[in-house]
Design a protein around this ligand. Structure first.
Ligand code: GDP
Length: 565
């Protein structure tokens, strides 16, 4: 089933503004036919009636205008959002997500920004007052120093003409930047962006994104009045090809004990690829105030979520505690702040949701990611079935047709199962299971899959759009089963604020036993963590240093944030 096949719900109806004209014309027609009683009242009496009618119409409008006169201007007061029927009611929905978002953006250019709240069950975790304050501060920084400003021009010139003018003190500028080079699949890239943004906030840097991938087609701008996209004429070329080998790399500076030479470099390159070295990872212990603050430009290349490592760095501890009193909602809050799908993607999401998911009593997401190849594997189908059965997420089916006729659809409880994956084989099997046989509980189970791309084509815009739409849809379910090790799955459950049932990654092409486990946290797992205790200054098991950073369920060496109960 293709996303494009979903029913279109465009704004096709004209508003009923023709009503009074139509009434008048009908009256004229009736009058001509002589079926309307002629008004025999004197002219002055007719005038009084008309005046009274006008007053009755105009008065409430005047009262409303006066009451709104002193209200703060918000985008929604000018362009009210339409609440999709049977999603959450307007009066119960906080479109700004507890202050996480600012009002004032043009809603027409990015529908998702203020309407995603209608598609969530509730705001799972509210932002702290301190996080809100820090976000507003970051927005001001992004505006003051972002592309197009005098500060940006000065900083870029420093980078461009450093050799010519012989600058070796780069501390003069007031703005510092982090240029993120995210790469690999979309899940990887989104986790990288969220992590770099938090790092930027902690170190008062402006976050700019390399535009080599499709991110600008997928997401609206998150910061008001500025852009987070790196200008095309940025002086450092081929950012995607930088490696830890370059002389500007953090690895090189640490290995050669040449921190002092930071001032002589135009930029410092931080390589946080999942294959990065011990010396690269010392970045996670870095105290910006001591060392990197002298570098106006940081270029960071990463494909993953490194937020747990920031929580292990004593330099950031106090600030992070204030921003995130709940340790298990960091990605949820950062993602809802940063990631607003563009109208094209949001159209895919809302049309699919309204067509297939909206009216069900319960929604279950099943995200299938196979790392052993694109061909279907029976052991993975068995794993999905075992997990959903053992955890009572899907009902059993009966082997014989029930004696009684099927219940009328109005009485039966309905469950929509949203499956995502590159292959349609798992979906077809599970769909057939519930078409072929009745459920033991009498529930009606409907199984859907928005797309099946067969192969990964990360970076291709339409392919990435489908991937993002599906991550958003997974986040709109009530419960979710994800595939271990998959950043696609992390984003899906993270967006929904859902603690997933994680299916363990199969070894030797066999179904793991147990097939899955309920995770402790809705946070993504950091796949390539440091094994170094910043405080003690030696190697350590970093999953045991603080109560809120633990090893992940799906990857024994990975790290995830949990909220200690
Ligand atoms: P990971 O490889 O599972 O960690 O997730 P990524 O998102 O980083 O990379 C996998 C990429 O493959 C995605 O970004 C998509 O391009 C594609 N892909 C994987 N699973 C799905 C899926 O269920 N639906 C769609 N539309 N694309 C998928």
């Amino acid at each position: 089933m293709a996303l494009v096949g979903a029913v279109s719900i465009g704004i096709t109806k004209r508003p009923p503004q023709q009503c009074s004209d139509a009434v008048e014309k009908a009256a004229q027609r009736e009058e001509a036919k002589g079926t309307v009683e002629q008004d025999a009242k004197p002219w002055i009496a007719r005038k009084k009636t008309t005046t009274l009618a006008i007053c009755l119409v105009v008065l409430p409008i005047l009262v409303t205008m006066v009451s709104l006169r002193d209200a703060a201007w918000t985008a929604e007061s000018v362009w009210p959002l339409k609440t999709p029927s049977s999603t959450r009611q307007e009066s119960n929905v906080d479109k700004l997500l507890g202050g996480l978002l600012v009002p004032g953006f043009d809603e027409r250019s990015c529908h998702s920004r203020y309407s995603s709240a209608f598609y969530s069950k509730n705001v799972t975790r509210l932002p702290s007052a301190y996080l809100i304050k820090r976000l507003r501060k970051q927005e001001a920084l992004q505006r003051r120093c972002g592309p197009g400003t005098e500060a940006y021009r000065a900083a870029a010139a420093l980078l461009r003409y450093r050799h010519r003018v012989g600058l070796n003190d780069t501390t003069g500028g007031t703005c510092k930047y982090i240029v993120l080079v995210p790469y690999r699949g979309l899940g990887n890239r989104m986790l990288a962006v969220a992590s770099a943004f938090l790092y930027a906030m902690l170190t008062d840097r402006v976050l700019l994104l390399d535009r080599a991938t499709s991110l600008s087609d997928l997401f609206c701008e998150p910061f008001p009045g500025t852009t987070w996209l790196l200008p095309r004429r940025f002086p450092i070329k081929n950012l995607q090809n930088l490696t830890g080998e370059v002389k500007e790399s953090y690895r090189n500076l640490v290995q050669n004990n040449s921190a002092a030479s930071v001032s002589g470099l135009g930029y410092v390159f931080v390589d946080l690829d999942h294959t990065c070295t011990y010396h690269d990872k010392l970045f996670y212990c870095d105290d910006e105030r001591q060392f990197l603050h002298r570098a106006p430009w940081l270029v960071m290349r990463t494909d993953g979520y490194f937020v747990p490592a920031l929580f292990l760095n004593p330099a950031h501890q106090e600030e992070l505690d204030r921003m995130f009193p709940r340790k298990d909602a960091v990605f949820y809050l950062l993602a809802h702040y940063l990631f607003h799908p563009t109208n094209k993607v949001w159209g895919l999401v809302t049309r699919f949701y309204n067509s297939y998911m909206r009216n069900s009593d319960e929604k279950l997401g099943i995200q299938v990611r196979v790392f052993d190849g694109d061909t279907p594997f029976k052991h993975i189908l068995d794993q999905i079935l075992a997990c959903t059965s053992q955890e009572r997420l899907l009902p059993e089916v009966v082997t014989q047709e029930p004696m009684l006729p099927p219940p009328s659809t109005t009485g039966a409880r309905s469950k929509a199962v949203l499956m995502t994956g590159l292959s349609s084989w798992y979906y077809e099997n599970i769909r057939w299971k519930y078409l072929q046989s009745a459920t033991a509980t009498g529930e009606v189970v409907s199984v859907y899959q928005p797309s099946h791309e067969e192969h990964e084509f990360s970076g291709k815009t339409t392919h990435d759009m489908k991937a993002l739409a599906e991550m958003c849809l997974l986040g709109m379910t009530d419960a979710i089963v994800t595939s271990g090790w998959s950043t696609f799955g992390y984003v899906g459950h993270g967006l929904g604020g859902l603690t997933p049932w994680v299916m363990f990654k199969p070894e030797n092409l066999t179904t793991p036993d147990p097939p899955c486990r309920r995770a402790r946290s809705m946070e993504p797992c950091m796949h390539a963590p440091p094994f170094y205790d910043c405080r003690a200054g030696h190697g350590a098991d970093t999953g045991k240093l603080v109560p809120h950073v633990r090893h992940c369920e799906d990857m024994s060496w990975g790290l995830e944030l949990v909220h200690p109960e």
